[in-house]
Design a protein around this ligand. Structure first.
Ligand code: PEP
Length: 255
């Protein structure tokens, strides 16, 4: 396995001034400490031009938080994957639980979006995760496999090009993190599914997301099938985000 991947999901936060300050502090912190992981920040669409201007040529990549399932045309308010590419996006988060919950996104739509992203040369970060009710009913494995399966079937031979983020819905923004053992168990299930789908599955990275912070990152990131983190709240605080990056084991030590 290669370097860990740490992705910040800024959600609908930020402003030109706030982003500039945060990026400046992050870049300074990374220069001081070296970069133990691949790192990217996913911002709201209006700020992608700012990220492109400030991050081009740095150790930080950037991406978006959604894209359209359509290529182009009469879809008012939508943002096409090719447009994200114009702004240098390397990643796009797809199927985040907030999009599934508040915008009615289902597995098929997320799968179509993943196809669009890949066609535009952008790596989809496909979010999967169970609700608390799912977990309590013993349906965690069924739910995450169903969510990932829709994407795997849609993207076919490109399955090895996606990043998967396991984000238990009950852990997102709640301060309640999955234990390393709980997360590892689900990551191992997802790893097997990816292995069955592609001979090149060693390229897939599986991130954990859900209240990851400076205090719990090291233990989560030391699990064999946790290849990085998708970080919401803690990515808005430079010191916290830098600590998470610093807690990644160096690539050589990663099994
Ligand atoms: C997320 O929104 O992807 C996330 C993981 O949020 P938080 O870290 O705040 O739980």
């Amino acid at each position: 396995m290669t370097k860990k991947l740490i992705v910040g999901n800024w959600k609908m936060n930020g402003s030109l001034a706030v982003n500039a300050g945060l990026l400046q502090t992050l870049l300074a912190g990374l220069n001081d400490d070296g970069v133990a992981a691949d790192v990217a920040l996913c911002a709201s669409a209006p700020y992608l031009a700012q990220l492109q201007a400030l991050l081009q040529g740095t150790a930080l990549g950037w991406g978006a938080q959604d894209c359209s399932a359509h290529e182009s045309g009469a879809y008012t308010g939508e943002v096409a994957a090719a447009m994200l590419r114009d702004f240098g996006c390397r990643y796009v988060i797809l199927g985040h639980s907030e999009r599934r919950q508040y915008h009615g996104e289902n597995d098929d739509l997320v799968a179509q979006k993943a196809q669009r992203a890949l066609a535009a040369g952008i790596t989809p970060i496909v979010c999967v995760g169970e609700t608390l009710a799912d977990r309590e009913a013993g349906r965690t494995e069924f739910v995450v496999k169903r969510q990932l399966s829709a994407v795997i079937h849609a993207v076919g031979h490109c399955a090895s090009e996606i990043v998967v983020a396991y984000e238990p819905v009950w852990a997102i923004g709640t301060g309640r993190t999955a234990t390393p053992e709980q997360a590892q168990t689900v990551h191992a299930v997802l790893r097997s599914q990816l292995k069955a789908a592609s001979a090149h599955s060693s390229r897939n990275r599986i991130l954990y997301g859900g209240s990851m912070n400076a205090g719990n990152a090291a233990e989560l990131l030391s699990q064999p099938d946790i290849d990085g983190g998708l970080i919401g709240g803690a990515s808005l605080k430079a010191d916290e985000f830098l600590s998470i990056i610093a807690s990644c084991p160096p690539a050589a030590a990663v099994i």
